[in-house]
Design a binder for this molecule. Structure first.
Ligand SMILES: C[S@@+](CC[C@H](N)C(=O)[O-])C[C@H]1O[C@@H](n2cnc3c(N)ncnc32)[C@H](O)[C@@H]1O
Length: 212
């Protein structure tokens, strides 16, 4: 019996970890409605770091559960999500389709495009966006303690993104003007070759901003 099971019900597509008692993972954008409303008040660190506005083109190179992308799209950005895990892409695609039929989320979901691929290859083949956003799964113990709920299932399914430094290098070399990187709080600068221009930090997260 394999550990992870992907299945569909009338509600949507689920990923179950059969070695855990945790509820199966479904990406449901309507669950973060409260966070969306708060984002509108610009108290979100993500919003302070990215400075979203109508029509800003964002390439989210580490899609995951799509939560950060949804906030940015809700605030008017055109977001291209890239996810290399085929299974997580299926879950995301399912969530986007449901959101497009949701009375409150449909316009936001229309601003989200999903590509299943490795971001490094996508970066080389597309015109540059206004902002690249990165939120890789870091192997740090500190970050695991902060990870909750659906993100725990994602972490168990995927494990850490051990090649994330290579991804940041590719992004910085692409010539994109602004790169925002989300990292665990109280960590030192990620990239040893280039210092972030600015850092926005709270108890729960750290955002490094690189301008070029
Ligand atoms: C921590 S999650 C991102 C969470 C996301 N920001 C959210 O709000 O739900 C990191 C995701 O990035 C994906 N990823 C990491 N490196 C990638 C790459 N080079 N290309 C595409 N996807 C990548 C992983 O598969 C994982 O799903």
């Amino acid at each position: 019996m394999s550990r992870f099971k992907l299945y569909r019900t009338s509600v949507g597509l689920f990923l179950e970890d059969r070695y855990s008692h945790q509820k199966p993972l479904i990406i449901d954008f309507s669950r973060i409605e409260r966070r969306l409303k708060q984002a509108g008040r610009r108290t979100e660190l993500l919003v302070q770091a990215v400075k979203p506005r109508e029509g800003l083109r964002i390439l989210d190179c580490t899609a995951g559960l799509g939560n950060d992308a949804l906030i940015l799209a809700y605030l008017g950005c055109e977001v291209t999500l890239i996810e290399r895990s085929r299974v997580i892409s299926y879950l995301l695609e399912d969530a986007i389709l449901r959101a497009r039929a949701h009375h409150l989320l449909s316009q936001t979901a229309e601003r989200i495009e999903l590509i299943c691929a490795d971001s490094i290859s996508v970066l080389a083949s597309r015109s540059l966006p206004d902002v690249v956003y990165l939120d890789p799964m870091f192997p740090s113990k500190k970050s695991s303690a902060l990870v909750k709920g659906s993100m725990q299932v994602l972490q168990r399914y995927l494990g850490p993104d051990l090649d994330s430094e290579k991804l940041l290098d590719a992004v910085l070399q692409s010539g994109v003007k602004k790169t925002v990187v989300k990292r665990p709080p109280r960590t030192s600068d990620w990239n040893s070759r280039m210092r972030p221009t600015q850092v926005v930090e709270s108890r729960n997260a750290r955002f490094e901003i690189y301008f070029q």
